[in-house]
Each structure stands twice: as structure tokens, then as C-alpha cells.
Design a protein around this ligand. Structure first.
Ligand code: IPD
Length: 259
């Protein structure tokens, strides 16, 4: 029997503690290890993942997939990015977060994203809405009346030319694009209406899982990210206020490997 109440309370609590640990470790940051030219790992990424992973194993015995130490999904699985936006973290920006998601039999049940530098705690439980610091949030509905803003994530996992084409198409559609460097935080900002959409040709599950639930619980549209073994392999990501679904689908058409 899976106790979702207990897991929800734990997810909130551990995300806060993990975020505070990362914030403290930021003061004594040692030089980062480069996984690739743009992908870095710090001692804090490792320490935060160990903290969350250790407590999950001890309390629940569920399976665990994390950015730094990997893992295999079971029926009940935690999907965690200890620090999403590591480059921003290293550079001293506030644009990074801890992302904690939980899925049961292929359905995302819990999503918690904590951005310690701005003390923003985003939480969602399936069927119960999304919240920022305890207050209900909703996608923008384009009610601002201005040009739509779309977060366009990128990593070295996709050729830069495809990304340029994505940006060219957004520009032709007269959408404002940006990249804050944290997929999870980008999704959280769609959920609370600070951005109108998020697109990325390929993103890993630990960056996206919690944020996907936040956006759908905030009334947004999200693609079927877990299809085609998205949990292990990652996938294309599209999450937006419903009004942006068709325009963004059209922009992505033909750019991803699946097509
Ligand atoms: C990256 C960020 C970035 C996204 C990439 C991710 P990391 O994660 O979320 O915004 O576009 O796909 O790999 O390396 O900062 O944990």
C-alpha cells in the first residue's frame, strides 16, 4: 500500500532541507567538475542527491532515479534533480532549484520544486492543484495580452542547428523566447503564469517530472513525456498554457528525432 500523504509531506520537507543545504554549500564552492563543455557537477549536486536518495531508501524503499547517480524505475519511483540549473548555481545566480517528483505505475503523483535563492516552493499533487508557497497558482491563459514568452531549453544532446531553427520559428511566430538555464524552474514559471510555454527538443526526466505535474495541475497542457520510455531516456518536452498548444506543436513539427 503506497501512502501518498506521507510521501507528499516528506517531499515538501526534504526539498526545503535539500535546498538549504545547497544554499549553504554555495558559500564554499569548490571548482566544478565538467561532465561536458556546458554540463557541470559540484560537490553540492552530489551531497543533495545523497541526502534525498538516502532518506527515500530508508523511509519508503521506493526506487530512485537521480541526475548524479542514475537508477532504475520501479512501480513507485522518485525522480530527482538535486540542483537543476547547476551553471546558474555556480555563477551565483538565483536561477536554480531542487526538483523532486514521484510517479506510481507511470503516473506522476507528486511534484515539488524549491528555488532556495528566492525562497519559492512550488508544489503539486495530482488532482489537487498546484501551489506556490501555499497559494494556488494557474497558467497565464495569455491574460497579460502581451507577446507570449516561451522558455526554450537546450543541451548538447541535440544539434545546435535544430535549436536555431526552433528559435527562428518562434521569432517568425512573434513569440518572445528565453533560456533561464533550469528546465524545472522554467516549468514552474509556466505553472504560475510568468511564462506562457516551455519547449525543449530533448530533456531528461529528472529535469522535467515535477514541473510537468505543476503545469498540468495549474491548468496547462503537457505532452505525453513518459511515452517511449521517457523516464529512462528523456524526451521532447512541450508544456504551456492551453492557448499555446497548437502554435507550439506546429513550431516543433519535424524538429525532433521521433518524427
Ligand atoms: C539542464 C537545465 C537546462 C535544460 C537542460 C538540462 P542541469 O540541467 O535544466 O535548462 O535545458 O536540458 O540538462 O544540467 O542544469 O541539471
Amino acid at each position: 500500500m503506497i501512502d501518498l500523504d506521507a510521501r507528499e509531506a516528506f517531499a515538501l520537507d526534504v526539498a526545503l532541507r535539500a535546498g538549504r543545504l545547497a544554499l549553504t554549500m554555495r558559500n564554499d564552492l569548490a571548482p566544478a567538475d565538467a561532465k561536458s563543455a556546458i554540463d557541470f557537477c559540484t560537490e553540492a549536486d552530489l551531497a543533495v542527491e545523497r541526502l534525498i536518495r538516502g532518506e527515500v531508501e530508508q523511509r519508503f524503499g521506493d526506487s530512485f532515479i537521480g541526475e548524479e547517480f542514475g537508477g532504475e524505475p520501479g512501480e513507485a519511483v522518485w525522480v530527482v534533480d538535486p540542483i537543476d540549473g547547476t551553471t546558474g548555481y555556480i555563477h551565483g545566480t538565483p536561477r536554480w532549484c531542487v526538483s523532486v517528483g514521484f510517479a506510481l505505475r507511470g503516473v506522476i503523483e507528486l511534484g515539488v520544486i524549491y528555488a532556495p535563492a528566492t525562497d519559492r516552493l512550488f508544489t503539486a499533487r495530482r488532482g489537487r492543484g498546484a501551489r506556490l508557497n501555499g497559494r494556488p497558482i494557474a497558467v497565464s491563459g495569455l491574460k497579460h495580452g502581451a507577446v507570449p514568452v516561451v522558455e526554450a531549453g537546450w543541451s548538447e544532446r541535440y544539434p545546435l542547428e535544430k535549436y536555431f531553427e526552433l528559435i527562428r520559428r518562434m521569432n517568425a511566430a512573434r513569440f518572445e523566447f528565453r533560456r533561464i538555464g533550469s528546465g524545472a524552474l522554467g516549468l514552474a514559471e509556466v505553472a504560475c503564469g510568468l511564462a506562457d510555454g516551455y519547449v525543449e527538443l530533448h530533456i531528461n526526466a529528472w529535469d522535467a517530472l515535477a514541473g510537468l505535474l505543476l503545469v498540468s495541475e495549474a491548468g496547462g497542457w503537457v505532452n505525453d513525456f513518459l511515452a517511449g520510455d521517457g523516464l529512462r531516456k528523456g524526451n521532447t518536452l512541450l508544456a504551456c498554457t492551453p492557448e499555446m498548444t497548437e502554435p507550439l506543436k506546429a513550431i516543433l513539427r519535424g524538429l525532433t528525432r521521433e518524427e
